[in-house]
Design a protein around this ligand. Structure first.
Ligand SMILES: Nc1ncnc2c1ncn2[C@@H]1O[C@H](COP(=O)(O)OP(=O)(O)OP(=O)(O)O)[C@@H](O)[C@H]1O
Ligand SMILES: [Mg+2]
Length: 227
């Protein structure tokens, strides 16, 4: 493949390009199919305080790329009960480069908008530590690839001032990253059921029109969904 790459003049596909555009916390749940049980389980673990041995609980959602980890995190993040339970919420799209300064800055900016010009990591971390003091927070670290313990250890230092019961949701394709960060058992996300996959497919392929109006397309559509 390396040789063929040169023949085809393919070069320089940077690692950062692979994951596409940044995610955000917004989701239109009327277009999300299935995931009721998974959503309930995540919310229960966010609202519970079963990780008493550690003040800040880390819940990791792991699965293959595209299976819906970010979507599930969005559903939990926007749930009313979750909203009422936490004092502070922040969503960070982490992606492949685990830039501690950028991640910290994003959290600080969501919580106290207006402190835009701090660039020094130490100052940012001190600010974050102060802002989180005594507050029950929920932070989503979406699409984490980092397996380096020192990076994670450095990032999480300011979080320790948060109140008992604060939570961090991590979504990752990487089992190693999840096991390093989590404080509760990994939540492995499986594929959607056949029926939910079909509904999702129809939404995109037929723009939500009634699939029964296209009997000639249904058979091939179902085969595509199965794949
Ligand atoms: N249950 C669902 N119903 C409808 N659309 C969904 C569902 N799950 C995922 N999607 C859609 O599929 C796409 C991929 O989902 P998502 O971004 O959540 O995957 P992911 O597991 O986070 O993948 P990655 O590893 O690339 O971050 C998105 O466009 C999302 O809106
Ligand atoms: Mg994702």
């Amino acid at each position: 493949m390396a040789n063929q790459k040169d023949v085809l003049s393919l070069r320089g596909v940077g690692r950062k390009l692979i994951t596409g555009f940044p995610t955000n916390s917004l989701v239109d749940d009327s277009y999300v199919f299935g995931r009721d049980k998974e959503k309930e389980a995540i919310i229960n673990s966010l609202l519970s305080d079963d990780a008493r041995h550690c003040k800040i609980g880390v819940v990791a959602i792991v699965g293959m790329g595209g299976v819906g980890m970010t979507t599930l995190a969005q559903l939990a993040y926007n749930d009313c009960a979750v909203d009422n339970f936490f004092d502070i919420k922040s969503w960070v799209c982490v992606s492949q480069e685990f830039d501690i300064c950028r991640i910290t800055k994003t959290v600080v900016e969501t919580i106290s908008p207006g402190i835009l010009d701090i660039k020094d990591l130490n100052l940012l971390q001190v600010k974050l530590n102060e802002t989180l003091k005594g507050k029950k927070f929920l932070i989503v670290l979406d699409d984490v690839w980092n397996e380096n313990y020192d990076n994670w250890d450095s990032l999480r230092k300011p979080f320790s001032s948060g109140a008992q019961g604060s939570k961090i949701i991590v979504t990752t394709r990487n089992e190693g990253a999840a096991s390093m960060m989590q404080t509760t058992p990994t939540r492995h996300l499986k594929q959607l059921s056949g029926n939910d996959s079909w509904l999702l497919f129809v939404k995109h392929a037929l723009d939500n029109r009634d699939s029964e109006a296209y009997p000639n397309l249904e058979a091939v559509g179902r085969q595509i969904v199965k794949k």
